[in-house]
Write a protein that binds this ligand. Structure first.
Ligand code: F0G
Length: 450
């Protein structure tokens, strides 16, 4: 009999089950931990049976010139490393992935780093990295005959899920914390036809509730506790390596919320090493907002079990106090030799404006990466000669209120800006109300024209 291509392995106790044996909440029946997709064939296949790394690299690049929808996807282009569907014909794609890796020359110069890049996952179809995971897990839902899918979200997962469900002709249920997500994201899930419930609780409360709901109703859970989400979210790691001619950067810096993304990227690099596609992993560092930093606290306490916190940050995407994937993220940081740190509201607001001034808008949660890099550099943990990739997770238009507030000077309060008032002032570009005349417009340039 053929060996199944994949199985689910419990991250806590190692118990393995088949894909169809998972419970609706994707928790292990033995110990309650999360599963990870594992491909046993890769380990047993030695010698000529082992996937040929050179051939895979060639095939994945060739597919970019193909006219097939699946080949245009930056996720399914790498389908040999995520054989999670019975038939790839069931894949639901919006041509996600294939996002740009931008050079950041001004930030690099300011920091004294030779090679600094931003992998902009905000350039995905619904404007965030969630699309890469959603195409994978929603395709599994469709293949298994589900008619309803659901997620709890801080806004981006719900936007992605609603869009992919609409494409597949499935119904979707969104639970979001009332008043705590950016309007752009709420607008998306409404537009894509989801049943959107704003609950008077936080993200963690929404996820708790949804976990109970999926045990009672035949609804497929699409939060990142679903291990197939991570299979899609690992593919940007392959893209980064490919864009650097299969040379791995020295550092990859990722924002941390529910901590699935850092875990998925770590899995991607680990598998690339296993398959002989790259020589090593980058150091993967997770950056959290200071007001939502449970993993930072766990590291500070010598890798103590994670204690949930009440989360407060204007980076609403990562306003999460009880992250589901903290054990996986801890392993990624430890295996790779990276760090876990936090940054203040002012630090990531400044970093976001600096990225914007370099032509790369992003949402607030994404900017914690540049703010974190500044700290790592100051602490001597990043050398000038090293290559650094920041993972920008969301598009700037997701949360225009934050950006406008920053430039108008209404975002941060006085206590938060102590010591950085001038830095902020230099970056602020408030829109001005100007009389409709040539002279008045030219006068606003005040000699800047030279
Ligand atoms: N950046 C953005 C823009 C996000 O939307 C999220 C998570 C993260 C970073 C953190 O990623 O959770 O894998 O550590 N947003 C989720 C949501 C929770 O519901 O959209 P993570």
């Amino acid at each position: 009999m053929n060996e199944p291509l994949f199985r689910l392995r419990c991250f806590g106790c190692g118990t393995c089950i088949t894909g169809s044996e998972g419970k609706p909440d994707f928790r292990c029946s033995e110990c309650g931990d999360l599963y990870e997709v594992e491909y046993p064939g890769w380990k047993s296949r030695k010698g000529p049976d082992r996937p040929n790394a050179g051939a895979l690299k060639w095939l994945w690049r060739e597919r970019r010139c193909s006219s097939e929808a699946l080949d245009h996807s930056g996720v399914w282009r790498f389908r040999e490393v995520l054989p999670i569907l019975e038939s790839f014909g069931n894949a639901v794609t919006l041509r996600e992935g294939n996002t740009p890796l931008y050079h950041l020359p001004r930030a690099a110069k300011a920091l004294g780093i030779d090679q600094l890049f931003a992998k902009h996952q905000g350039m995905n179809p619904t404007g965030s990295f969630k699309d890469t995971g959603m195409t994978a897990a929603l395709s599994v839902a469709k293949e298994r005959g589900f008619t309803w899918v659901a997620c709890a979200s801080t806004g981006n997962t719900s936007a992605a899920m609603a869009a992919y469900a609409a494409r597949a002709g499935l119904r979707s249920l969104v639970l979001i914390p009332e008043g705590k997500i950016a309007w752009g994201k709420l607008a998306q899930s409404m537009d894509y036809g989801a049943v959107t419930c704003q609950l008077q609780t936080d993200f963690d409360g929404c996820l708790r509730l949804l976990t109970q709901i999926v045990k009672q109703a035949h609804i497929y859970l699409l939060n990142s506790v679903n291990p197939y989400r991570l299979e899609g979210q690992k593919t940007p790691a392959f893209e980064i390596a490919e864009a650097l001619d299969w040379n791995v950067p020295d550092h990859l810096i990722v924002p941390g919320g529910n901590l699935a993304n850092s875990s998925a990227l770590g899995k991607g690099f680990r598998e690339m090493v296993e398959l002989g596609l790259v020589a090593r992993m980058p150091k993967i560092t997770v950056v959290q907002a200071q007001g939502a930093n449970p993993l930072v606290r766990s590291f500070a306490a010598g890798n103590a079990p994670l204690e949930p916190v009440e989360a407060h940050t204007r980076a609403t995407a990562i306003r999460i106090g009880n992250p589901a994937s903290w054990r996986k993220a801890t392993k990624t940081i430890q295996d790779s030799g990276g760090w876990c740190l936090d940054v203040t509201e002012a630090e990531f607001a400044i970093a976001k404006a600096e990225l914007g001034a370099e032509g790369l808008g992003c949402e607030p949660a994404s900017a914690v990466t540049l703010a974190g890099l500044k700290k790592l550099k100051a602490q001597g943990k990043v050398a000038s000669s090293e290559t650094v990739v920041l993972l920008l997770t969301g598009h700037t238009l997701k949360d225009a209120d934050f950006t406008i507030g920053f430039h108008r000077g209404t975002l941060l309060d006085a206590a938060e800006t102590v010591g950085v008032e001038q830095e902020i002032q230099k970056l602020q570009r408030n829109a001005q109300v100007v009389e409709a005349s040539v002279d008045a417009v030219l006068a606003t340039l005040k000699g800047d024209l030279g």
